[in-house]
Design a protein around this ligand. Structure first.
Ligand code: SF4
Ligand SMILES: [Zn+2]
Length: 157
């Protein structure tokens, strides 16, 4: 074996890649839409280059954070590749389930970065993410300002 530091996939031709075929939209692999990502993963599943593709992505991304691993490669999204990198356990190349509907209201729960999501983190005993923490702090600031304005209005009247 050669010991030169090449990528694992230097000599591969990607022409047969499922994502390089005419009936595939390359946007699916980088889409925020669940339906697109499901299509991308279905193509990856039947792609003859799935193994080298994943190896290439893992090699290129090195120790990158999950948030910096963009797109789907070898059927895995950035979160999954990060998990694979940090645990050594290769996740199933499936799209995580859509957010479950709220138990009592039947609505999709508020996304992070809202007071409702902040409260949900608290109820579930979860770590509070940065967007939720910021939303909660901003709300407290607004409430203090509103109370202050009220007191001033009482004072002048
Ligand atoms: S496995 Fe890689 S090369 Fe194959 S379709 Fe998926 S992203 Fe494209
Ligand atoms: Zn949150």
């Amino acid at each position: 074996m050669s010991t030169s530091r090449t990528t694992p996939t230097d000599r591969i031709s990607w022409a047969s890649a499922a994502c390089a075929q005419k009936d595939a939209d390359p946007e699916w692999w980088h889409s925020n839409l669940r339906k697109d990502r499901v299509k991308a993963r279905a193509r990856c599943r039947n792609c003859p280059l799935q193994e080298p593709c994943l190896a290439e992505a893992m090699h290129r991304e090195g120790d990158a954070r999950a948030a910096d691993r963009k797109g789907i490669y070898g059927g895995l999204d950035g979160q999954q590749r990060h998990k694979y990198h940090t645990t050594g356990i290769r996740p199933d190349p499936v799209e995580p389930p859509a957010q479950p509907l709220h138990r009592t209201t039947g609505r999709t729960p508020s996304g992070c970065g809202t007071e409702a999501a902040y409260q949900r983190h608290l109820r579930k005993g979860e770590a509070i993410c940065t967007p939720c923490r910021e939303a909660h702090r901003a709300r407290a600031v607004r409430q203090r300002a509103a109370r202050k304005a009220e007191r001033q209005a009482e004072f002048v009247s």
